[in-house]
Design a protein around this ligand. Structure first.
Ligand code: FCB
Length: 440
């Protein structure tokens, strides 16, 4: 893997593509969920989203004009294999072929994620991630995509944020498929990890040449006070959020913590599969977890405020997280595969002045530099997101993009943060060139 630090932007299929029922795409659990009354804000769906399926060339041009090195996106499984097993959809496969080639033609490195939450509905009808067999289906899908695209990708990740699929999808019901059963969530998390392990094995068997890994959403955890109860809660939160996925992958076991209530059923050999060595780890970071046992809870200080999602702005958490992970695990090269801020942006006279977003990113980049100095092998940073898009159950109400999207006209307008980000990329590149190394 090149040691060059890559600057990028990220998206995910269901959040931008639209064309939900076009060119042979099968329905996904997010189509079903978003079309179910009361599940998403304003009943918003990804039917059209940013219409990226039709406008991908324009979007590649936008990415190029940001002068970034890399673009992270996901493949919609139901677009390439409409039922999640059996027949492949040539139009879907061609779409991603063209996208990858279009990016490469502009000198942009493609970083692909295989699963960013849009399970084919047909697989859900057969049990979804609650059924162990789905892990086999996923490995087959991974192998086909690896064979098809692997020689042209910068990295290939199996899952995006399996915690969200497991807990928000099956434990709280906030996300598709919408179950609220924490024991089920634990079982699903295990099946996701097994699917990751099976996919890694299948991709290695295909001799896929690009680095292989997984993308996890992580947070640092702060106890609200020094009380033993808050400290214990903080340990449990860290175990459930961070160690729940890191320990199986890097240590071959689930974390043991008195606060953890549900452990999954496992089959022999699962941990060996899950422990398959990674070429890279993707870390998504947005906020810290604040652990308070008081009723009502002691609020987080929120010194730097909150984003439009209500998430505390706490860049120090990214430093704490990365240096902590570096001390606790033998990490492969790490990419920050997502980091960004929702802001109530307003387009005025063709401009969006999103100074708070610039401040958010600047502060996170500062702590990344400090983490690198502490020895964390960071290889890239992807801003979430390239453009405003369908923010899951929040619909179109939350804007994370560097590009503003007018959903009536689909016009993209670079925000002030887009111009600022390009400047950051330019300056880091110039600095790296002056230092004669690939490091930004
Ligand atoms: C992450 C998701 C991504 C986006 C951001 C805001 O959890 O991976 O799709 O929704 O949050």
């Amino acid at each position: 893997m090149s040691t060059q630090f890559q600057w990028g932007v990220a998206t995910a299929a269901y959040q931008i593509e639209g064309a939900a029922a076009e060119a042979g795409r099968g329905p996904s659990i997010w189509d079903t969920f978003s079309h179910t009354l009361g599940k998403t804000q304003n009943g918003d769906t990804g039917d059209v989203a940013c219409d990226h399926y039709h406008r991908w060339q324009e979007d590649v041009d936008h990415i190029a004009s940001l002068e970034v090195d890399a673009y992270r996106f996901s493949i919609a499984w139901p677009r390439v294999q409409p039922l999640g097993s059996g027949a492949w959809n040539p139009a879907g496969l061609d779409f991603y072929d063209r996208l990858v080639d279009g990016l490469l033609a502009k000198g942009i490195q493609p970083h692909v994620t295989l699963y960013h939450w849009d399970l084919p509905q047909a697989l859900q009808d057969r049990g979804g991630w609650a059924a162990r067999d789905t892990a086999q289906r996923f490995a087959e899908y991974a192998a086909v995509m690896g064979r098809r695209l692997g020689d042209r990708l910068a990295t290939l990740a199996t899952h995006n944020e399996p915690w969200c699929t497991a807990v928000l999808g099956h434990g709280t019901g906030k996300f598709a498929p919408g179950y609220a059963d924490m024991a089920l969530a634990a079982q699903v998390s295990h099946h996701l990890l097994v699917s990751h392990g099976l996919a890694m094995a299948a991709l290695r068997a295909e001799s896929v040449r690009c680095p292989l890994g997984i993308v996890l959403n992580h947070s640092s955890v702060t106890p609200a006070t020094d009380s033993p109860a808050d400290q214990a809660l903080a340990r449990t939160e860290y175990a459930q959020f961070v160690r729940w996925f890191m320990d199986p992958i890097f240590r071959g076991r689930y974390p043991v913590d008195p606060g953890i209530q549900h452990y999954p059923k496992m089959a022999e050999g699962d941990m060996a599969l899950i422990q398959a060595p990674l070429d890279f780890l993707g870390v998504n970071f947005y906020a810290r977890i604040w652990a308070s046992t008081a009723v009502p809870p002691v609020p987080a200080p929120r010194v730097l405020g909150v984003t439009d999602m209500g998430w505390e702005i706490y860049p120090q958490g990214l430093y704490d997280l990365l240096t902590g992970l570096h001390a606790q695990y033998k990490l492969p090269p790490v990419y920050i595969t997502e980091n960004g801020m929702a802001h109530a942006d307003v387009l005025t006279d063709g401009q969006v002045d999103d100074e708070p977003r610039i401040d958010y990113v600047r502060r996170h980049l500062d702590v990344l530099a400090a983490a690198r100095e502490q020895g964390v092998d960071l290889r890239g940073y992807f801003y979430w997101s390239l453009m405003d898009n369908y923010e899951w159950d929040s619909g179109y109400a939350k804007r994370f993009g560097l590009l503003h999207v007018d959903y009536n006209t689909q016009k993209r307008t670079p925000k002030r943060s887009a111009h600022w980000y390009r400047e950051v990329v330019r300056q880091c590149r110039a600095l790296a060139a002056a230092q004669g190394s690939g490091h930004g």
